[in-house]
Design a binder for this molecule. Sequence first.
Ligand SMILES: NC(=[NH2+])NCCC[C@H](N)C(=O)O
Length: 306
Amino acid sequence: MDATVRIIGVPMDYGANRRGVDMGPSAIRYGGLADELEQAGVGPIDAGDVRVPRAEERDPDADPPRRGDAKFLREIEDVCTRLANRVAETLAAGEFPLVLGGDHSVAIGSMNGSSREANLGAIWFDAHADLNTPETSPSGNVHGMPLGALLGRDVFGEMPWAHAPAVREDAIAYVGLRSIDERERELVRNSEMTAFTMADIDERGMTAVVEDALAVATDGTDGVHVSLDLDWLDPSAAPGVGTPVRGGVTYREAHAALEAVSRRHDRDGVLRSMDVVEVNPILDERNETATLAAELTASAFGKRIL
Ligand SMILES: NC(=[NH2+])NCCC[C@H](N)C(=O)O
């Protein structure tokens, strides 16, 4: 990675089903992110956090969460608008935006910012498809909807600050899917996205799958956004997440995947922006998941064993 990496924290948990991911940015920093990046040969700048209104300060009656609705969408849009601006400014300054979540709805902001001046592709490292809309969501949690939002589906087509689609469907590749809601399954099947599930990884190996995902995300695009949800990993390696799903990626597969991204970047500079999301320190064991998040980020930016 030749560009300076600008770390942008987003201490937000409005999109998640439980409290705690708002502490993710602190935990990942405490887990050694800056040191890890330096070992990868990257000079990071920590730009601090995007302002997120504290949940305790909200009027509890202002926006009552309802089933089938998008909970706290107003707050999430507000934060994502600020984040999108920060990401766009970072890119305009010739720096690389590294966004620390927060729940996965932060990707709505980071990818909107990253795609303002570029045709963006994306790799979604996640157990979940995150393609719900308020209409299809079983939970109403917006962290299950960021791709629906980025594609401008349903009410997300009416967000005046966002341009939709922020990313072309056929330039998105999932890697490691294993938990898809009933109605979401149809959405994934009927979409033009490429979905590599855990079964594909078992059958073909991580490196081959990630190389294919990179081919999808770079085809006809100016750059790739990597969205790394820590629940992509198996809960034995990453216990500090709010929506754990067993049967996930191992510690070694995860490093292999991000090393494959970094190798490709070394060849043709494809990486444009990245977010690392869903670390929940309350549920974690001695900050293990946040530390892993920092290590995996360093692998994406070129840290090698030898
Ligand atoms: N980024 C995440 N952790 N997403 C979890 C989504 C879970 C479920 N599919 C939902 O819509 O509620």
